[in-house]
Design a protein around this ligand. Structure first.
Ligand SMILES: C[S@@+](CC[C@H](N)C(=O)[O-])C[C@H]1O[C@@H](n2cnc3c(N)ncnc32)[C@H](O)[C@@H]1O
Length: 394
């Protein structure tokens, strides 16, 4: 592989549910993946713009430093380099969504039929049309994804999941691995290394999407009963069919709202979420954490993989640039979620403050040899370098 190119889409692992791609569709994905990576280099100029132009000009005009990321966003929005980078990044996301959505729409019926055949007669997929998609999800096309996770255009629709599954490669430029499962792999490796004594028998994954990150957990704990929940029926149909095709049978996929499930008190050993909490709106993050506390057995573990929180020791520039998604990538809950203190969030839900833990994790990537190139600049967003927080319940 040429050093400065992203891996090609053809290297992604294949399974029965993956949409068929034509030559031009693959070429478009590969181009967009590389454009995305290139923009990480262009983004380096934003720091220069901040330090050399925006900050000095602000101090000259107001006689004081910029006080927070909101003020910096206002001030830098007039800078030509930032404008170019920001509009290119927005366009790349729009093009990625158009490329994926048009590709899956032309084969919507075939994909629904493939899922129907793989799912038929199985007790491990439980859909419930009475489950309401939360208003905060209905209000948004998450990360510019038309119709978000729940919209169904035909009976048995799986296109939202097929679009997400095939296109997340572009958004991350291949950094999540061949199965987009680098987060699930990283967390199971951490757990096995740091808590070999922990042997969960019943595991719950909330906001499972199409199951990218719960499958490594299912593989690592083959004797455990695993339940994965999501409010989006298209995601679950696709997730179940994909898992069956990949030979993983110890996961039951259930349509349910994480804020009000029907699971019994203290019935899970491990409750996991991956890239989920930042997409929850209003007060639901608190309700969901209370629900987690209720469902977790004493001695049980909960862990949440997210992009880093905006802590006091994070630089003003990093907070500002990480906040870009909130404003221009249809992630309206992102900013508020990354501002909260996760230790407070958990203690308000019943967890003891002294049990709170926070660990770093980087996606395990079997697609890019040796992980990301050493010369790769950090663009604060694309790279899957995460903050994982959680606690053992005492
Ligand atoms: C970014 S995706 C999840 C990705 C997935 N965990 C993974 O690792 O690939 C967020 C998912 O959360 C689901 N979701 C959002 N709010 C939910 C809720 N209250 N209950 C259950 N699922 C929810 C959405 O439908 C969506 O599929």
């Amino acid at each position: 592989m040429a050093k400065n190119l992203t891996p090609v889409w053809n290297k992604m692992a294949k399974h029965a549910m993956l949409p068929e791609t034509r030559h031009d569709e693959r070429a478009r994905y590969n181009f967009l993946s590389n454009l995305n990576k290139h923009l990480a280099h262009v983004s380096q100029g934003n720091k220069v713009a901040f330090e050399k132009r925006v900050e000095p000009a602000f101090e000259k005009e107001y006689g004081r430093p910029i006080k927070d990321r909101h003020e910096l966003k206002e001030a830098i929005s007039k800078d030509a380099h930032y404008q170019i980078w920001s509009s290119l990044r927005r366009c790349t996301m729009e093009m990625r969504q158009q490329a994926g959505r048009s590709m899956v729409l032309r084969q919507a019926e075939e994909l629904a039929e493939k899922a129907r055949k793989l799912n038929e007669g199985k007790s491990t997929l439980i859909l419930n049309p009475d489950v309401e998609v939360p208003a905060y999800l209905m209000a948004v096309d998450n990360h510019l994804m038309p119709g978000s996770y729940h919209t169904e255009l035909i009976e048995g629709d799986v296109t939202p999941a097929a679009n997400y599954d095939s296109g997340v490669f572009v958004t991350t430029a291949g950094l999540l691995g061949r199965y987009n499962d680098g987060g699930g792999k990283a967390i199971t490796s951490w757990l096995k290394k740091n808590h070999p004594e922990f042997k969960p028998k019943r595991i719950l994954d909330i906001g499972c999407g199409m199951g990218h990150n719960v499958l490594p957990i299912a593989k690592a704990y083959p004797d455990a009963e695993i339940i994965a929940i999501d409010t989006g029926a298209p995601m679950l149909r696709y997730a179940h069919a994909r898992a069956i095709d990949l030979g993983i049978q110890n996961v039951t996929w259930i349509q349910a709202d994480a804020a009000k499930t029907e699971f019994e008190d203290e019935s899970f050993d491990w409750i996991q979420s991956t890239m989920f909490l930042h997409e929850t709106g209003g007060k639901s993050i608190y309700t969901i954490m209370e629900e987690i506390y209720r469902m977790l057995k004493p001695g049980g573990l909960t862990l949440h993989i997210e992009q880093p929180q905006y802590t006091d020791d994070m630089s003003l520039f990093e907070k500002f640039i990480r906040d870009w998604d909130a404003y221009y990538n249809s992630e309206p809950y992102w900013s508020k979620m990354h501002d909260i203190d996760p230790a407070e969030l958990m203690s308000e839900s019943g967890f003891r403050k002294e049990d709170f833990m926070q660990i770093g994790a980087k996606a395990e990537n079997d697609l890019v040899e040796g992980g990301e190139n050493a010369d790769e600049p950090e663009d604060y967003g694309r790279s899957p370098i995460w903050n994982v927080f959680g606690a053992f319940k005492k």
